[in-house]
Design a protein around this ligand. Structure first.
Ligand code: CP
Length: 306
C-alpha cells in the first residue's frame, strides 16, 4: 500500500496511501496511550535531522517518534557543522549517509531540496518543510486531528485563512483534503493568493466572513511577518481586523467547528488568544498528533522496507 523510499510531498500520494498512513498513525496513537510507549520496529536504524530553518514542533516530534520506535536519533546542528565552512548540501547528505543514517529529515528554505537529495542518496528522505512548496507531515497530522472530530472528509467544508501563496502547510493541506473529498475554501488578501489558485481545486474568498460561514474546520496559518515589509500587507493591525480569527468570526462557522493552527502562532495577528485557548481550539491536539503521524511515516518508509 505504501511503496515509496521517501516522503517528499502529498501531491504525489494517492487517497489510499494517505488513508493508509492515517490508519497506521491511529494505531500508533493507541501505542502512545500505553504506560510503555516504546515499540521495537526501527531498532538498529538511525534517523538524522538536517534542519536549515528553525523548528520546535516538527523536529521535537520527529525525535520522539524515532525514539518511540527504538531508532537512534541524531540532531545535526547546521550552525555548528561544516556547512558554515562552505560544504554543499549534496556532500553533507552523502556524509550523513556514509555515517550510517537510514533516514534524513530535511527542512530547507528552498523548494525542491528534499526532491534533489532523494535522487542522490539511498537513505529515506522525509520532507520536513521545503520553502513554499510542501510540509507533508504537517498536513497528515492535521488530517489525523480532523479525523478524530469529524465523521468523514467527504463533503467537509474546510476554510484555510492566511498567506496561501507562501505557505507550504496550505499547499500540503489543500492537496490532501481535496484528494479525500473535502471542500476547501481559501481566504486571504489578493496579495497573498497564489497566481495559479484556480488549479488547486479550491473556492477563493477575500472576505473572511463569507469564507468561514458554515465551515466545519477553520484552519488559520502563521503569517510570515517579513511579508509586511515586502508590501503584501498594509499593517499587522489591519490584517487582524480583516483576516484575524476572533470569537465573532468563529460563531459564523458551524456550532461544532474546530479551530486549527499549525504553529508557531502570532497571537493577535492571525488569531485572538481567546480563540487559540478556547473550547473549539484543537491546536495542542495537532501538536500531540505529530508524534503518531511521524511514527507512522518512519515505520512505513523504513520499518517494513520492501
Ligand atoms: N508547524 C511547524 O512546522 O512548526 P515548527 O516550525 O515549530 O516545526
Amino acid at each position: 500500500m505504501f511503496e515509496s523510499k521517501d516522503l517528499l510531498g502529498i501531491k504525489d500520494l494517492s487517497p489510499e496511501e494517505i488513508s493508509y498512513i492515517l490508519d497506521t498513525a491511529s494505531n500508533f496513537k493507541d501505542v502512545l496511550k500505553r504506560d510503555i510507549k516504546k515499540v521495537p520496529p526501527l531498532r538498529g536504524k538511525t534517523v538524522v535531522s538536517l534542519f536549515f530553518e528553525p523548528s520546535t514542533r516538527t523536529k521535537t516530534s520527529f525525535a520522539l517518534a524515532a525514539k518511540r520506535l527504538s531508532a537512534d536519533f541524531v540532531n545535526f546542528s547546521v550552525s555548528t557543522s561544516s556547512v558554515v565552512k562552505g560544504e554543499s548540501i549534496r556532500d553533507t547528505a552523502l556524509t550523513i549517509q556514509s555515517l550510517g543514517a537510514d533516514f534524513v529529515l530535511i527542512r530547507h528554505s528552498s523548494s525542491g531540496v528534499p526532491h534533489f537529495l532523494s535522487k542522490i542518496v539511498d537513505m529515506s528522505v522525509i520532507n520536513a518543510g521545503d520553502g513554499a512548496n510542501e510540509h507533508p507531515t504537517q498536513a497528515l497530522l492535521d488530517l489525523l486531528t480532523i479525523q478524530s472530530h469529524k465523521k468523514s472528509f467527504k463533503g467537509l467544508s474546510v476554510s484555510i485563512i492566511g498567506d496561501i501563496a507562501h505557505s507550504r502547510v496550505a499547499k500540503s493541506n489543500i492537496y490532501a483534503l481535496t484528494k479525500l473529498g473535502a471542500h476547501v475554501r481559501v481566504i486571504c488578501p489578493p496579495t497573498l493568493m497564489p497566481a495559479d489558485v484556480n488549479r488547486l481545486g479550491v473556492e477563493v474568498y477575500h472576505s473572511i466572513d463569507d469564507g468561514i460561514k458554515d465551515a466545519d474546520v477553520i484552519m488559520t496559518l502563521r503569517l510570515q511577518l517579513e511579508r509586511q515589509t515586502k508590501g503584501y500587507l498594509p499593517s499587522l493591525r489591519e490584517y487582524f481586523k480583516l483576516y484575524g480569527i476572533n470569537h465573532d468570526r468563529v460563531k459564523l462557522a458551524k456550532k461544532d467547528a474546530i479551530v486549527m493552527h499549525p504553529g508557531p502562532m502570532n497571537r493577535g495577528v492571525e488569531i485572538a488568544s481567546s480563540v487559540a485557548d478556547g473550547p473549539q481550539s484543537v491546536i495542542l491536539e495537532q501538536v500531540t498528533n505529530g508524534i503518531a503521524v511521524r511514527m507512522a511515516v518512519l515505520y512505513l518508509l523504513g520499518g517494513v522496507r520492501k
